[in-house]
Design a protein around this ligand. Structure first.
Ligand code: NAD
Length: 498
């Protein structure tokens, strides 16, 4: 069985350390193994990155950008192969994998603007014969740790922008679906990236802890679940590193009495069940304002869900595929059980779907649960599966309080025809990414991505303008070239322009 290795100093290597099985979630069978890097292997990657840094730091941004242009072309010409790898290990259907890859490529396009993004700020004559400017210098060796649910896109949120800013990078992707991530990183070499600038180590806690502890690593970007995000943020910060750690979510959609219910249902179907609900922006709670709205919503959702197709990633006519592992399948089913035990109504039950020919696959069918209450465990925690819960409230204020009091604040959405309500909602909701009749308000690559509350630890969001700030440090230079013969006197008071 093939073992997926690491990419260090321009070559794929295998340190013959521990390994772990990689499954095809559609068949439920192991298909490959992944190497789990030992501490010494991660240190080797850091050493390679540090050695490549001085030259890369001084490479003109336009030259770094040209590599990204070639990288983008390679991603496009290899798209089908990449999506196949994603499908085989993540379980995503090809149309969904293609969407993921495209959103990743858009971050490469943004990084192509490096010369513009790094121009800095200049002020002439801040004093007599004095000019001042701020420039944005790279940090050095930086690391990224990424989750299983977007093996192509989330790493692409990080390293294209970090690299064009002049940093060298170590990526530690998810050990559950490593093939596409490694293949994409190898394309960077083909695009002309010098060896050592980009490195990838597969692994688990041992690899992550090495990155968090090694003082040569100056910054860490993390995307994953909230308990790990918090651990990463605390440890990296305690070790003096800059850190951004994006965590989990519970994304609510408010359905107002005036909403176009058919449209809301169509949007909710895609946003709740697409990618089996394994998106940090998946809508997992519909908050219906008024019983009439709730009854109509539940009836129409139930009707719409009758034609949902869950099945193997290899069949593009499916709407969504399996969840990532057997354990995760059991966890999602456990949440449905607990909602039922707590008194909620399971309207559409996806606990035992039949997928002919794939009986061992990790499937959960689309599930709709009504009469969910805020004190239920299944409401409080992130399920990360194809489960939509309906909470009934009487007013919009009540709906907003529910969202504002939830520990997560990643994404949210309101379905309404009332501009005033929508404006009030977007102004006052304590969530980082807000949709108005848009179910998955994932910011485009030239904005930045980040939740509030326990969905993001750190000050800067991912990619876009915040990405440039995260991967650079500001230096401000103030310069005087006095005219010949002009001497400044001694001045003991604080210099001013008065
Ligand atoms: P995870 O937290 O289990 O793993 C993420 C990364 O952390 C992986 O690389 C993993 O190897 C590493 N890791 C896991 N346990 C660790 C430990 N004890 N110590 C050190 N490192 C550890 O997350 P996942 O299951 O791969 O991904 C799903 C989660 O990611 C969901 O909670 C989802 O909401 C979240 N997510 C958030 C965003 C966002 O932008 N906020 C985006 C995508 C996914």
């Amino acid at each position: 069985m093939q073992t997926i290795g690491h990419f260090i100093n321009g070559s794929v290597v295998n340190d013959n350390a521990r390994t772990q099985d990689v499954f095809n979630p559609s068949t439920g069978k192991p298909s490959k193994k992944v190497a789990l890097a030992a501490k010494s292997t991660v240190e080797e990657a850091i050493t390679a990155a540090q050695a490549a840094y001085p030259e890369w730091r001084n490479t003109p941004p336009i030259k770094r950008a040209r590599i990204m242009y070639r990288f983008k072309a390679l991603l496009e010409s290899n798209a089908e192969k990449i999506c196949q790898m994603i499908g085989d290990e993540h379980g995503k259907i090809a149309h969904d994998a293609m969407g993921e890859l495209q959103r990743g490529i858009e971050n490469v396009e943004y990084a192509c603007g490096a010369p513009e993004l790094l121009k800095g700020e200049h002020s002439r004559n801040v004093g007599p014969n004095i000019d001042s400017w701020s420039e944005f210098q790279p940090l050095g060796v930086v690391a990224g740790i990424t989750p299983f649910n977007f093996p192509a896109m989330v790493p692409l949120w990080m390293y294209p922008i970090a690299l064009v800013c002049g940093n060298c990078f170590i990526l530690k992707p998810s050990e559950r679906d490593p093939s596409s991530t490694l293949f994409i990183v190898e394309l960077l070499k083909e695009a002309g990236l010098p060896d050592g600038v980009m490195n990838l180590v597969n692994g688990d806690k041992e690899a992550v802890d090495t990155l968090l502890e090694d003082e040569r690593v100056k910054a860490v970007s993390f995307v994953g679940s909230t308990p790990i995000a918090e651990y990463i943020y605390r440890t990296a910060s305690a070790n003096g590193k800059r850190c951004q750690a994006l965590g989990g979510a519970k994304n609510h959609a408010i359905v107002m009495p005036d909403a176009d219910i058919d449209n809301a249902v169509a949007q909710l179907l895609g946003a709740a069940f697409g990618s089996s609900g394994e998106r940090c922006m998946a809508l997992s709670v519909a908050v219906a304002v008024g019983d009439e709205t709730a009854d109509a919503l539940v009836a129409k959702m139930q009707a719409g869900m009758a034609s949902l197709k869950v099945g193997a990633s290899s069949d593009s006519s499916n709407d969504f595929g399996p969840v990532i592992t057997k354990q995760h399948q059991q966890k999602v089913i456990g949440y449905i059980d607990s909602a039922e035990q707590d008194g909620a109504t399971v309207v559409v039950d996806g606990r035992s779907p039949t997928v002919e020919g794939y009986e061992e696959g990790f499937f959960v069918g689309g599930t709709l649960i009504d009469h969910v209450k805020p004190d239920m465990v299944s409401y409080k925690e992130e399920i990360f599966g194809p489960v939509l819960q309906v909470v009934r409230v009487k007013t919009m204020e009540e709906a907003m309080t529910l969202i504002n009091e939830h520990e997560y604040g990643n994404g949210t959405c309101i379905f309404t025809r009332d501009g005033e309500a929508a404006r009030y909602f977007s102004d006052n909701i304590l969530v980082g990414m807000v949709g108005i009749n848009i179910p998955l308000p994932v910011p485009v690559a030239y904005h930045s991505f980040g939740g509030w509350k326990r969905s993001l630890f750190g000050d800067l969001a991912a990619y876009g303008p915040d990405g440039v700030r995260f991967y650079t440090k500001r230096k401000t230079i103030t310069q005087r070239w006095p005219s010949a013969g002009v001497r400044e006197g001694i001045q003991f008071s604080m210099p001013t322009m008065n």
